[in-house]
Design a protein around this ligand. Structure first.
Ligand SMILES: C[S@@+](CC[C@H](N)C(=O)[O-])C[C@H]1O[C@@H](n2cnc3c(N)ncnc32)[C@H](O)[C@@H]1O
Length: 258
């Protein structure tokens, strides 16, 4: 009952906010008066922003709570890596994962104490840096595949700058061929390259993943995922899959059952 009323208030507030913002912005655009234009912009833009933020936070119970904050460095090593991560976040963007996804990559890698991590799609090394934060603690290594020589050059530079080059090996070339070099056991695979290629990567790497190991696949919402991949990870009795971050790019989180 209370929840219903709160939702009604939220919806009414949203509608009023958007209408007010629209009227103020329209008035400011039409008006010849600088004062009306300025006050229209001054009031309209924040109201519109508040409306958008309110829409993003659908639960009235979360109002006033900050859930996502900037990552905090525990020590000098993390400060250096997070510094490079922050630089990359200022751009240019090379189709890297969002920060939330990167943080999750670090969390899961550290949680399962991964020693052998395989990434398909290095790009500029943004996700690789998140893996490195975990691998420094677990004593593991990231083997990351990339086909584009220019991106390899940029990633190398970023890994050196962050001081994590010892934790990461970049494997150049077409990953459809180069993944065959892994003998396993692999603790974690992260697939984030050519979307139609996901089923092939899964087929080639799954036998090398240890029981209890993890397979993550990025872009399960956008760009469109491979239907064959989704089918493969959701219909096998050997696997258990859930879908994360589906309000953004989306990620499939699969474990190979023990
Ligand atoms: C979405 S980006 C990876 C982003 C990266 N994981 C990050 O978050 O920083 C995809 C990358 O996969 C690479 N790629 C595409 N097809 C590939 C292939 N067949 N073999 C290796 N790399 C490939 C692209 O060159 C591109 O840099």
């Amino acid at each position: 009952m209370l929840k219903g009323r709160l939702l009604l208030c939220w919806a009414a507030g949203l509608v009023v906010g958007f209408v007010a913002a629209w009227l103020l912005l329209a008035a400011s655009a039409r008006s010849g008066s600088t004062m009306v234009a300025r006050s229209g912009r001054l009031l309209g833009v924040p109201v519109l922003a508040a409306g958008v933020l309110q829409r993003a936070d659908r639960s009235p119970f979360l109002r006033g709570l900050t859930l996502e904050r900037s990552p905090l460095a525990k020590d000098e090593f993390e400060r250096r890596v997070l510094g490079v991560i922050a630089e990359l976040e200022r751009g240019p963007w090379y189709a890297n994962v969002p920060q939330r996804d990167g943080r999750f990559l670090r969390q899961i890698t550290e949680a399962i104490a991964a020693q052998y991590v395989v990434e398909i799609g290095t790009s500029s090394g943004y996700s690789g840096l998140w893996f490195a934060l975990a691998l420094k603690r677990t004593g593991g290594k990231l083997y990351t595949h990339e086909i584009d020589p220019e991106r390899i050059r940029i990633a190398r530079h970023n890994f050196r700058k962050a001081g994590v080059e010892d934790l990461i090996e970049i494997i150049p070339g077409d990953a459809h061929q180069t993944v065959l070099r892994h003998e396993g056991p692999i603790d974690l695979v992260f697939i984030d390259a050519d979307k139609p290629g996901y089923p092939d990567y899964l087929e080639k790497l799954l036998p090398k993943v240890r029981p209890g190991g993890v397979i993550l696949a990025h872009n399960m919402r956008r760009p469109a995922p491979s239907p064959e991949y989704v089918e493969a990870v959701t219909t096998s009795p050997e696997l258990e899959t859930t879908f994360l971050f589906m309000d953004a790019a989306g990620m499939a989180f699969t474990i190979k059952k023990r």
